[in-house]
Structure formats: structure tokens, C-alpha cells
Design a protein around this ligand. Structure first.
Ligand code: F6P
Length: 363
């Protein structure tokens, strides 16, 4: 089949998530077989793009990767080319290195670039598309916090891990009559905590969208200590008390988002022990939520995303991001997709449902 896609580039940017390899495969496989394209893998996201770390992928590279977690290309959540951290004698300076990436794009003679990533990656992709690169964006994140798509792949896999963890905590919580706090990821959105908390039957779910009252949590766990004799609290890393701040583990200017969240789980557990005397333990699920194989749902969604992205590039529909709307994958302009974070709406049916089965949101 004659094609304008003689040479295409693929990069994965930001935090990894299950399903990235399924996208790489569903772009690269048909590109090699039907379009006879050369497929260039950009190593370690935009950092590798700036530094020119790129290599041609072979059919062998993409063999048997649909079920593989992580990304065969490597990724990085540092190294935004427009705010590139450069180490010097006086410390880190932030410079605009976008021209370096543009030169590599031209040097490798790319007809299209597929940028697979979250909001940070889509922002960068948009800026490069304005500079003349032929870009198609593919959204991913376990946080599920992109407004421009109904769901991102990675979310379902993270939910499966978090739900299983809650199931496991239930048995030990019940055996020891303890309060178990589980801290899950999600950045500024509560989708993982809400989904896993609902699926795992958590007694209290704390999400960033609903700042919680300490007194409400203490009352709930004390009440349960007299009945069921154990409680499960699923807390999003971005949750905060009404009178408090986000709990930040680390700040790093090299990161696309300088804040690394974490620690609210321990804080909740400590306050419960102090105020109620109940024996409490914390589990921080961390990167277990991002590692491992994608679920069947995520493999299918990621494969659909890649396939529609390649189709769009073959029709020269650049400057777009693929997006799930209902059952179908559509295209949305990158400028309409960026910087629109999707938080849990307060009138969400998920919140209503959780409340109807007795779950408290600490409000
Ligand atoms: O955006 C995905 C995510 O896993 C967030 O849920 C979390 O806050 C962050 O990335 C963790 O980043 P890192 O892998 O750099 O610790």
C-alpha cells in the first residue's frame, strides 16, 4: 500500500502504566506490515528525544509485548524540552531545548511522531505540533484524570491491583480487629481511590475532591469498632483535611510536575491511633499500581488507541489526540485536550453509589 508514512517515530513520556507496549505494538506492527514504514523508537521519552537517543525498531522488538507492562522504549517524567533541566556548576538551570528535539526530528527524517503520555506529554506534543512536527497524541495514565477522553488505559489495571490489595487487607483487618489504611495513587484526582474503594468495599474513602473532617473519620471508625470491629480506609494520595494541606513527599524541579505526593495514609493512621486508641496500620500501595501486565480491558483500549492513531497519521490528521467517547475511539484536537484535568464530579453516580452502601467520605 503506498503511504506517506515512510518513517515514523514513537515515544512514551511521563510515568509508565500498563498498556504502553500494547500501543507501541498496534502502531508499529501495521506500520511495518501494511505501510512498509521504518519505525523509530525514541528512548526514554522527551529526554531521549532532546539527546537524540533513537533507534529503529524491528519486528522482533514488538513480538509478544501486548501483555507486557512498562514500556520497551523507556520513559521519563523529567526532561520537558521546553523547560529542560541542565546541570551546571551553579546547580540546575531550566532552559528551552526544544530546538534540539526539532533537529532530531528532522535528522531522523520523521513523517509522523506518536507521543504516548499523560497531560504533560500532551502539552509538549501540542507545542511541537505548533512548531511544525506531525504529531498524534495517545493518552495514558493510571490516574484517569484527562478530561478529553472518557477513560485512559492503565486505570483499569491500577484498579485491579488496588482492589485486590483491599480484599487482602479485609481478611487481616477482620482477624486482628484493626483499622487498615491503604494509600493509593491518583495525583490530584480521586478516581483510583473511589473505584478501588467501591469495588473493595472500603468503609471510608478519602479523595481530593472531598476534603475530609478528622472528627467524621474518628466517629466512623469508633462506631465500627463496636460492631464489625474493623475498618478499611482507602485514601487517595492527594486527599487532604478541610483545615490542612496536600501531603508532599518531595519536590523536584526536574519533574514535569515538581510535586511528588505521598504520606497522607500514615498521617491518617497516626491521628486515628492518637484520637481513638484503635490499633491502626498503613499500606502504601505505590508503584505496584503501575507495574505488571495490563488487564484485558486496558490491552484492548490501548490497541484500539494505537490503531486509530496510525490510521489518523496515514490520513495526515496531525495535531490530534485519540480519545475514547462512549464505545468508539475518536480524534480530538490537541489544543482542546490539554490542560483539562478531570476530577471526580461531586454529583458523580459513583459517589452516590458508595454512600448508598454506607461508605463515608469523611465529610
Ligand atoms: O501520574 C501517575 C502517577 O503514578 C501518580 O499517580 C503519582 O502521583 C506519580 O505518578 C508518581 O510518580 P513517580 O513515579 O515519579 O514517583
Amino acid at each position: 500500500m503506498p503511504s506517506t508514512l515512510k518513517r515514523i517515530g514513537i515515544l512514551t513520556g511521563g510515568g509508565d502504566c500498563p498498556g504502553l507496549n500494547a500501543v507501541i505494538r498496534s502502531i508499529a506492527k501495521p506500520a511495518m506490515s501494511f505501510f512498509n514504514s521504518k519505525v523509530i523508537g525514541i528512548v526514554d521519552g522527551f529526554e531521549g528525544f532532546v539527546e537524540g537517543r533513537m533507534r529503529e525498531l524491528t519486528k522482533l522488538d514488538i513480538l509478544g509485548i501486548v501483555n507486557l507492562g512498562g514500556t520497551i522504549l523507556g520513559t521519563s517524567n523529567k526532561g520537558d524540552p521546553f523547560h529542560y533541566p541542565v546541570e551546571g556548576p551553579k546547580g540546575i538551570t531550566i532552559l528551552d531545548y526544544s530546538e534540539h528535539a526539532l533537529i532530531n526530528y528532522q535528522k531522523w527524517d520523521l513523517d509522523a511522531l506518536f507521543a504516548i503520555g499523560g497531560d504533560g506529554t500532551m502539552n509538549i506534543a501540542y507545542k511541537f505540533s505548533k512548531m511544525g512536527m506531525n504529531i498524534i497524541g495517545v493518552p495514558k495514565t493510571i490516574d484517569n484524570d484527562l478530561e478529553a477522553t472518557d477513560v485512559t488505559f492503565g486505570y483499569d489495571s491500577a484498579l485491579a491491583v488496588a482492589t485486590e490489595a483491599i480484599d487482602r487487607l479485609h481478611t487481616t483487618a477482620s482477624a486482628h480487629h484493626r483499622v487498615m489504611v491503604i494509600e493509593v495513587m491518583g495525583r490530584y484526582a480521586g478516581w483510583i481511590a473511589l473505584g478501588a474503594g467501591l469495588a473493595g468495599g472500603a468503609d471510608i474513602i478519602l479523595i481530593p475532591e472531598i476534603p475530609f473532617k478528622w472528627s467524621s473519620i474518628f466517629e466512623s471508625v469508633l462506631k465500627r469498632s463496636r460492631g464489625a470491629r474493623f475498618s478499611i480506609i482507602c485514601v487517595a494520595e492527594g486527599a487532604k483535611p478541610l483545615d490542612g494541606q496536600l501531603v508532599v513527599k518531595e519536590q523536584d524541579v526536574k519533574r514535569t510536575d515538581p510535586l511528588r505526593l505521598g504520606g497522607i495514609g500514615d498521617m491518617v493512621a497516626r491521628r486515628i491511633t492518637e484520637e481513638t486508641g484503635l490499633e491502626t496500620r498503613t499500606t502504601v500501595l505505590g508503584h505496584l499500581q503501575r507495574g505488571g501486565s495490563p488487564t484485558a480491558y486496558d490491552r484492548i483500549l490501548a490497541t484500539k488507541f494505537g490503531s486509530v492513531a496510525l490510521q489518523a497519521a496515514s490520513e495526515k490528521k496531525f495535531g490530534n489526540m485519540v480519545s475514547l467517547r462512549g464505545r468508539d475511539v475518536e480524534l480530538v484536537r490537541l489544543e482542546d485536550a490539554i490542560s483539562r484535568q478531570r476530577l471526580v464530579p461531586l454529583d458523580s453516580q459513583l459517589i452516590f453509589t458508595a454512600r448508598s452502601v454506607g461508605t463515608s467520605f469523611g465529610d
